[in-house]
Design a protein around this ligand. Structure first.
Ligand SMILES: [Zn+2]
Length: 389
């Protein structure tokens, strides 16, 4: 009897040893456009499409640029609630922030903070907002500062060694930023063959990650989410908001992204003059802060301009003659070329296609997969990855 119990104990304990707790890996590929699913030569994107779930597209936030997008994916809220309106922005109280690396500028907790607060370890290999602690909390494992020279191979190596840690130490939420096509897309435009080659390279990196997961039988407990922060479109016309404003003598602060510019003017008379001047310009729209469409989700208490200027491709806002990219993003997120990607594969993921989802849905989805609480402030909805037939 004792022997049978002993054998049973061994059987059960080996089962419990073999079962690892669900782990989520999020890969964000900067600027990866939503046509990846229609390219049969991208073998590993095709694997996701055929064996996992892909969304028709993921709508980014406005303005559809890297910092706002990544922070919205991590927080589940739009830029008006997290405060990162663009890669660089101006705050009435604290001044200009250019490519800031201070997580405390984010008004709500990133998902890895919520995760850590619930004793679920996280490993973050470059994600906007992970560089510093957030009010005393931070990811257990992180790489900072951001270094563009670090290759995807190195990131994958790190992910693999995180997975090899003991269950107690292993991060169960892993998030990592990949190059995607962003930089090449800006230089050459989205339709250039160099962008195509970079897509192939990113697909190969996805393949390398898959093989590391397979080596470890990790698909049994890994849910992989592959996303991008925005798309990319062609531009060839450039508008300088600064040059327009300099036609009149006013005291202003300007924080300009490629598609949205915030103009801060304290004097009311000067503000009216600037509004009139900008309204007369072609190819841009100008809003007084109070009249910003709510759907933009752009009205932050201290970082939204008194006037907000927007434009659409092929125009882009730039104040520098040397800044003439051929590809750009940042525009109205409903513009098809701005659409980002969403794919899921692995543990607890069915096979199928889902309709459009939104960038703010990512954090609630991660929260649901890992059982993370305190998400009531999030504006998105958890994406259903287990489809019923
Ligand atoms: Zn980006």
């Amino acid at each position: 009897m004792r022997t049978i119990l002993g054998i049973l104990f061994l059987v059960f304990s080996s089962i419990s040893l073999a079962e690892k707790e669900q782990t989520v890996i999020v890969i964000s590929m900067d600027g990866m456009t939503n046509n990846v699913w229609e390219m049969p030569e991208l073998k590993f994107f095709q694997t996701i499409k055929n064996k996992g779930i892909k969304a028709d597209y993921m709508t980014p936030v406005y303005q559809s640029t890297t910092y706002p997008g990544h922070v919205s994916m991590a927080t589940g809220v739009h830029p008006n609630l997290h405060g990162i309106l663009h890669n660089s922005f101006y705050d009435r109280k604290t001044g200009f922030h250019r490519y800031p690396d201070d997580a405390n500028l984010i008004d709500v907790p990133p998902i890895w903070i919520l995760s850590e607060q619930q004793n679920i370890r996280s490993g973050i290999y470059f994600w906007v907002g992970s560089e510093t602690d957030w009010h005393g909390w931070e990811a257990t494992y992180k790489h900072s500062p951001f270094d563009e020279k670090i290759t995807e191979e190195e990131k994958i190596k790190q992910i693999a060694s995180w997975l090899d840690m003991s269950d107690e130490m292993r991060p169960r939420l892993i998030m990592t930023y990949w190059d995607g096509i962003d930089s090449i897309g800006h230089t050459y435009g989205p339709d250039h063959e160099n962008v195509y080659h970079q897509m192939v390279r990113q697909d190969q990196m996805l393949g390398l990650l898959f093989s590391e997961l397979e080596k470890r039988n990790a698909w049994d407990y890994i849910t992989l989410l592959v996303v991008s922060d925005h798309g990319m479109t062609s531009v060839n016309k450039y508008i300088s908001v600064k040059s327009i404003l300099d036609e009149i003598k006013i005291d202003y602060r300007l924080s300009s992204g490629p598609a949205v510019a915030h103009v801060f003017i304290s004097d009311e008379k000067e503000r009216r003059a600037a509004f009139k001047l900008l309204s007369e310009e072609e190819n841009i729209d100008v809003y007084q802060r109070g009249n910003l469409p709510r759907s933009f989700h752009m009205d932050h208490p201290s970082r939204t301009g008194d006037l907000v200027v927007t434009t659409e491709a092929p125009f882009m806002l730039t104040n520098y003659a040397t800044d003439r990219p051929k590809g750009m993003h940042g525009y109205d997120p409903n513009h098809k070329d701005m659409h980002a990607i969403f794919g899921a594969l692995g543990f607890n993921v069915s096979t199928g296609n889902i309709g459009p989802i939104h960038q703010v849905d990512l954090a609630p989805t991660i929260a649901k997969l890992l059982g993370i609480n305190n998400t009531d402030h999030m504006q998105g909805e958890a994406i259903e990855l287990r489809l019923s037939d």
